[in-house]
Ligand binder design. Structure first.
Ligand SMILES: [Ca+2]
Length: 404
């Protein structure tokens, strides 16, 4: 790859630092800075995609740049900003000390965003410690933070989800899937808010799923699914494969195929042992596509208990001559003790005792009082994926009143 840079110098090039039509002189990027950034971006591109570049034929890129006549401009005080994020317990006070806040404000960054670490961990977020449980007698269920002003919120917390299905997360990755934790009492349950009861769309149009990454090809001809309630009354067991060139951008299968006997039209839940193929098939990825739910569940007034799908444990492998399953899945508590499992969603149901001390978020009041927002609006997250949708209501009115 050859890069040709044509920088045309002119007398106008020396008039850098000119004020923008709608900005201040200090906001203007000089041409030398733009040229430097351009070169840095090119170097960055070369560093980030060495594998892709090696696989491609050579090409010529021509960059035309006339000093004093940039292609575009931006105002740093508007385009660049800072972010506040969650950390381990006690970190909020240590990081956002008066001295540190003063130093942060001196950096000149104006807009502020509020980021969630709880979402990366696959946890529910109590943005307000005051609120209500759907099962208040047992301090458990679906949590809704209160929208009524109360005591100023200094910090807030994430709560681990006991019905988690993912082995790995993007925060501390210290949780684990309940589908292969070796405990038939624990189970994964999909998010009930993705059921047709709430979405208004047929479940089969947007199926939930469970994917198992065996790490390497294993011989598979049978699966045993220990269902909880609700279970899938219609589901498909599939294996995945790569089609076409395999590279770093294709880390997951590009095509899924049903096992020869993998289409289950009338599932009855319970302990389901299924012969998937007449002869073992070498596969690395297995997916269970959940098409229809039984709609069954514990006797309760909460419809959410009967929406979605719930699985206690999955076993996968080959059947021997006596009909016994030679299981190739590792079952254990912790990401290094179990086979990696991924799920399409997780039930945000949890309990007061599930609070994660290592996932502390700075409180809204603390952030606003710190001055870090520079008097500008604060971009706030809405916890949809791992939370109760009702819990997002009320924040706009509450902090519109409290913001100085
Ligand atoms: Ca389990």
């Amino acid at each position: 790859m050859r890069v040709v840079s044509e920088a045309r110098a002119s007398a106008r090039a020396r008039s850098t630092g000119r004020a923008l039509p709608n900005g201040r002189a200090s906001d203007t990027f000089c041409s030398r800075s733009i040229k430097t950034i351009l070169l840095l971006l090119i170097c960055l591109a070369l560093c980030i995609h060495p594998v892709a570049l090696l696989a491609q034929t050579s090409a010529t890129v021509t960059v035309n740049f006339t000093p004093g006549h940039p292609e575009n401009r931006f105002i740093p005080s508007r385009a660049l900003g800072a972010g506040a994020d969650g950390h381990a317990q006690g970190e909020t006070d240590r990081q956002l000390s008066p001295a540190n806040i003063k130093a942060m404000l001196s950096a000149g960054l104006k807009p502020l965003t509020y980021r969630l670490r709880t979402e990366l961990a696959g946890e529910a977020w109590h943005w307000n410690p005051n609120g209500r449980w759907s099962d208040p007698a047992h301090a458990q269920g679906y949590w809704t933070s209160s929208s009524k002003p109360g005591r100023p919120i200094h910090v807030s917390y994430g709560y681990r989800l006991p019905r988690r299905g993912n082995t790995i997360d993007q925060a501390n990755a210290d949780g684990y899937s309940r589908i292969d934790d070796g405990d038939p009492r624990t189970f994964w349950k999909s998010n009930p808010y993705l059921d047709e009861h709430f979405t208004g769309e047929q479940n089969s149009a947007s199926p939930q799923w469970v994917m198992i990454d065996l790490g390497a090809e294993k011989q598979i001809d049978a699966i045993r699914i220990l269902w909880a309630a609700p279970f899938a009354s219609n589901y498909t067991v599939e294996f995945g494969e790569f089609v076409g060139e395999e590279d770093l951008s294709q880390r997951l299968p590009t095509e899924w195929h049903s096992f020869p006997h993998g289409d289950i039209a009338k599932g009855n839940g319970g302990n389901a042992l299924i012969k998937l193929a007449d002869a073992p098939i070498p596969v690395k990825y297995v997916r269970i596509r959940l098409n229809e739910s039984s709609g069954t569940g514990p006797k309760s007034k909460d419809i959410r208990d009967r929406l979605g799908y719930a699985i206690r444990e999955i076993y996968l492998g080959t059947l021997d001559g006596r009909g016994r399953l030679n299981d190739v899945i590792d079952h254990g508590i912790g990401r290094h003790e179990q086979t990696d499992i991924y799920v399409s969603s997780t039930d945000p149901w949890h309990r007061a005792i599930d609070r994660d001390a290592d996932t502390e978020q700075p409180g809204f009041d603390f952030i606003f009082k710190s001055g870090l927002t520079n008097g500008l609006p604060l971009l706030l997250p809405v916890p949809v994926l791992f939370d109760t949708p009702d819990s997002r209501n009320g924040r706009r009115t509450r902090w519109a009143v409290r913001e100085p």
